[in-house]
Design a protein around this ligand. Sequence first.
Ligand SMILES: [Zn+2]
Length: 271
Amino acid sequence: MNRTDVRTLQRFLAKSGSYRGKIDGLRGPKTRTAVKATLEAHADLVPAAAAAWSDRRRAVACLQLACRLKTIEVGPIDGLWGPQTEYAAEVLATIQATGQPPAPWRDQQPLDANPNGWVREAELHQALGSPTRKPPMVVVPCPWQLCLAWDLGAHPSGIGCHERVAESLTRILSRVNDHYGPERLRDLGLHRYGGCYNKRRKRGGTAWSTHAWGIAIDWDPAHNKLKWGRDRARLAQPEYDTWWRLWEEEGWVSLGRTRNFDWMHVQAAKL
Ligand SMILES: [Zn+2]
């Protein structure tokens, strides 16, 4: 149970009215009191022995209870942190963040949503104008700390992108942060920001890159090289399924997920 999971627990406790502290991922006295009250209120579902368990184990049991109340398959409420509990906690976090359980994570099919009406690459000139002129840009702050992929000591304050995609990007970054938390994002290499706006042609092509409009972002390029497929690219691994789903729900397209190359790249334009 890491800080992200404790935050999930605190959100549940806050929503059920027993917790008024911060959603900070720390198991302090307020969290402890709320856990106790909640376990007691659901004594029909919680083993009697729970009263004698350690604070940590009771916190895990309470998170298991939270999953059970949402009918997420969590197994017995035993206060033990196993893979079933871990996955159930992730499902609960996704429901808290998006109102819905994650899309079935075993099917690799990218979602084909388009709620923001992103146009096709071929229509970008018409929709957003020529990239020979710099697009109207906005800096979207990132809720977790970014490092420049080519200079890890440099921390950009946010992502400079086309104003047309800024609101969508803000929602995605916030949901990603809610789901994984800053610590896990760092472990996953998602603090390594590979750039957004860049007035250039496609690598290995002659057409303008979607980066030239400021509507594409690269992530962790060192571990997701242009020609690497899912056998090598880090962003193709299953722990990134939710990451990609959160982009795809907003209509963004991963070249990795759709074409199996350039896994670093995600864009607000259809292919
Ligand atoms: Zn790119």
